[in-house]
Design a protein around this ligand. Structure first.
Ligand code: DAS
Length: 355
């Protein structure tokens, strides 16, 4: 019997395997990854060095190569938007991220976006995007507390979870999410709570939204506040955001930093008050004068949990607004976006009550 040529059979096998692979890949959701730097992309000379590393040393392609399992759950492609430690994050990078998210998510093929980011200001970028991304597709923020070169680096598993979450129908309509340490937190309520522990992101009293189990996301809650598709804020075409400063109160506080902020051109001031947004008696005149000069004042709290609501009649009469449960750095973001639409205190208070 004529010996069948092995070559065509092998060729056919390779061809069918590649067709299967591409067919399998064709079935996988498409996820875009926008990289900004941070510890997740950080390197250090030693694998036991957990601090003092170079943040943003590695590009997104290197990070993706370190987690080949990602290719089993999504077709991913990355863009390097920036490569910075997030302690130095800027409005310019924010506006680029917002523009890329809204452009990419308008493509029906794109199912979700993952943003790799430093943890120091991750909560701020997450909340900003929560208010300006105009899609209900998943946008997932991810970082790491140990550099990529470290023993037990947390970045790879966080990145794998983030891609899974961004490709999951469960995450549609949930707002911008944070995937760290096998937990899912929402952009509005999550904050970095400890300086070096991998379990740093918490939504202390309002609670996380869900967990990952073996890479699969499970939701138990969702936010009640407006975000993404239901947001009224649009930053397309903006080159900057209005200046809003945060004044952190302390014993023997006074008005000098308030006056300096007004002199510097602040359009809004977040007063990180003691207790339930309380104002030092020697700082109050500065806030009253600032408000009279047209600066919008919002009372927040340095406490970290709980609501800031109306208190003294004098503060209400002075048109000081109530920052609700947003921490000072997030209240600042909402006030910045509010000021792109109005400087009417009553209209801005409605925004703090809804977002
Ligand atoms: N390198 C700091 C940052 O970029 C810390 C971190 O990423 O965890 O925010």
């Amino acid at each position: 019997m004529k010996k069948r040529k092995a070559i065509p059979f092998v060729t056919a096998a390779i061809l069918s395997l590649s067709l299967c692979t591409s067919a399998f890949a064709a079935d996988l959701p498409e996820v875009k990854i926008l990289a900004t730097g941070g510890t997740i992309a950080g390197t250090a000379p030693s694998d036991t060095q957990m601090t003092g590393y170079k943040a943003g040393a590695l590009g997104i392609d290197t990070l993706l190569r370190a987690v080949p399992a990602i290719n089993d759950i999504a077709v991913v492609s990355g863009e390097q938007i920036a490569n910075t430690g997030s302690e130095s994050m800027t409005t310019d990078i924010w506006l680029k991220l917002a523009d890329r998210c809204n452009t990419l998510l308008s493509d029906p093929k794109v199912k979700g976006i993952v943003i790799t980011h430093g943890t120091d200001t991750l909560e701020e970028t997450a909340y900003f995007l929560n208010l300006v991304v105009r899609s209900d597709k998943p946008v997932v923020m991810v970082g790491a507390m140990r550099p990529a070169t470290a023993i037990s680096a947390d970045g790879p598993v966080n990145l794998l979870n983030a891609v899974k979450l961004a490709s999951s129908p469960k995450a549609v309509g949930k707002g911008v999410l944070i995937a760290m340490n096998d937990e899912i937190n929402g952009a509005r309520d999550a904050t970095k709570t400890t300086t070096m522990n991998v379990a740093t992101f918490k939504s202390p009293e309002l609670g996380l939204l869900g967990y990952f189990a073996n890479g699969e996301p499970f939701f138990y809650k969702e936010t009640t506040r407006r975000h993404t598709k239901r947001s009224e804020f649009d930053v397309s075409g903006l080159k900057d955001l209005p200046r809003v400063d945060i004044i952190y109160t302390h014993v023997s506080d006074d008005r000098h930093l308030i006056d300096a902020a007004v002199k510097q051109g602040a359009k809004g001031i977040i007063y990180a008050g003691s207790g339930m947004g309380s104002i030092h008696k020697d700082a109050e005149p500065g806030l009253v004068d600032a408000q009279k000069s047209g600066v919008v004042i919002v009372r927040s709290a340095r406490v970290g949990n709980g609501m800031v609501v109306a208190a003294s009649k004098e503060w209400t009469a002075a048109h000081f607004l109530d920052g609700d449960t947003l921490n000072p750095q997030k209240a600042r973001i909402l006030l910045q976006l509010a000021l792109t639409k109005t400087n009417d205190p009553a209209k801005i208070q409605r925004m703090f009550d809804e977002y």
